[in-house]
Design a binder for this molecule. Sequence first.
Ligand code: ADP
Ligand code: MG
Length: 356
Amino acid sequence: MLSGTTWFTRRTLHQALFLGSFTLLSACNDAPTAPNAASQPLVIEGKTMGTFYRVSLAGVDPQEEASLREAITAQLAKDDGEISTYKPHSVLSRFNQYTGNEPQPVSADMADLVVCALRIGALTKGAMDITVGPLVNLWGFGPEKQPVKEPGQQQIDQAKAQTGLQHLTVIHKAEGQWLQKDLPGLYVDLSTVGEGYATDNLARLMERRGIRNYLVSVGGAVVSRGYNGQGKPWRVAIQKPTDRENAVQAIVDLQGHGISTSGSYRNYYEVDGKRFSHIIDPATGRPITHKLVSATVISPTATEADGWDTGLMVLGTEKALALAKQHGLAVYLISKEGDRFKTYMSPQFQAFLVNP
Ligand code: ADP
Ligand code: MG
């Protein structure tokens, strides 16, 4: 392990560690200052949303741990209660169960999340599509069980007919915000931005508590700001797509941004010897099959990074790089070419690299 480097183990493939300067997450402009004495960071971690969270804080009074833990747990429970598709009574699940076309009230945060996801959906020409839920469920990656055999074309067509970004609208008014559908079977799946959203909300929580030196992560999404216990910027390591622990592919200093990785390398299942990724191409209604094994994105927020990484995974290496160029995205792709892994990095991503 590299000293001063934080590792994040993901359910899927990578370990990543990020850091950033927190430009857009908060209206607060106080620059972080390195904690006075070298110390171990205070680490608060646990399980949430079927994955793990970790909050590392430097220069924080250890006596604050209990109240911080309570606030973190409450925030994560609030997020889960809004956007989980695994909890039948979450705000999102109730919206999915509702088959009418009346606007349904949601929180401002949730409305903003859906707006962000719809925007990335449009920019990726529907490759990232949060209405892909019926297909995710059909292929066995939703709250229901995995299929024992590959779905037939007719089933795929039926599920596909229940999808489409154009069927979901966010209404913003002075009195509140609402989601509205014009297709009774529309099923919104926010899993692909859920980790980023929860990570951004933890970062905002730290800001509200006056904490400026932190590194927070939920699953494969990370936000960091300021310095670690040694007075150095937090560093995030991206692991090579191998089974070997701690094989470093790249290390970045996030400077207040969010980072997220999506991959097809380990999160898949097999039916009759065929592999099925949990990422669905909305255009075909089938799991992706191309050679891109992971996409890592750095954006002003972890939510955006988490949305983009899935869209890029669906598009594949060439289209992902073209889109990165068009929108000036910081992306890092790992592609499997024959027996070898090849990496591609946009210039914007290179700006975040630090030496090991
Ligand atoms: P992970 O962090 O586990 O790799 P991602 O952020 O890549 O997760 O999101 C994958 C999840 O998003 C899937 O499990 C599924 O619920 C949903 N999903 C699958 N395909 C798409 C897609 N094309 N657009 C939006 N969401 C998708
Ligand atoms: Mg994602």
